[in-house]
Design a protein around this ligand. Sequence first.
Ligand SMILES: [Fe+2]
Ligand SMILES: [Fe+2]
Length: 328
Amino acid sequence: MHTLLLIDDDPDVLATLTRSFRKGYKTLSANGGEAGIAFLNEQPVDLVICDQRMPNISGDQVLGHALQVQPDAIRILLTGYADVESLLTCVNEAHIYKYVTKPWDPAELNLTVVRALEALVLKRNLDTAREQLEIAYKDAVMMLCLAAEGKDQDTSSHLQRVQYYTEALAIAMGVDSKAAAHMGLMSMLHDIGKLATPDAILKKPDKLSPEEWDVMKEHSLSGVRILGNNPFYETAREISAGHHENYDGSGYPHGLSGDDIPLSARIVKIVDVFDALTTQRPYKQPWPMETAMAHIESHAGMMFDPEVVEKLKTLFADGTLTRIKSVF
Ligand SMILES: [Fe+2]
Ligand SMILES: [Fe+2]
């Protein structure tokens, strides 16, 4: 059952409203703006009907507050007179669903409420579907990583550290938090192309011959192929294609340089190397972070984007890198 919050300083109006909605809804009656705000702060509601002209606090202010604390709830304003200015404020600042002029037609108000709540249910269903879809996409990334894990020396903890280092670096580079989190998730797929690399090369204990090395390098573009053409994986494709490009143009597969390499790939390149240096691998002991930072710094402008190197230094100095490493 939906909950309706009815707000009016006139007890008679409030009683009339309550009577007309008591059947079929849970109604909360607030005698005035302050009482309305108190309800909004304490109880989740689905729809608010609020009078405009009340002492101390006006309807547009109450609905503006509703937008802040319960943005999902539908807001309807009752106006006793044609107050154009407050209506404008309300439409602009409180994003009201509709205004109804007093005296109102009960059947019309009732229909307005029914329609508004139908829209609310639809929106909530859509939100749930979108969330489920997002979870499914994330699961697909994890499944791919899991499938690739047995193939490569990369472990899931490497991928998780890469994910969170990438997210932190992206934020430091000015990427908004949602896009940065997405970039982090997509970074886990940087070496997915190794699924297509023959085990004889991938797991060869000795040095690779130049021909074998050429096959190894193909994993960048194999990844792009595996990642298909769904727009959701665009960043993952950028990262797979570009994480072995060098800032000075000496990398592979395309020899791109500078800003021609997508930011996501420039970030993951540094992060991937940083993590390889600071963790144990079959062929090496972990380097202390200071040593790894100095190594990366000495390659700024050659392998790495100097600006991203600077941001990495900041994240090292403020303890972010240490914190992420200690979790995974
Ligand atoms: Fe790679
Ligand atoms: Fe890696």
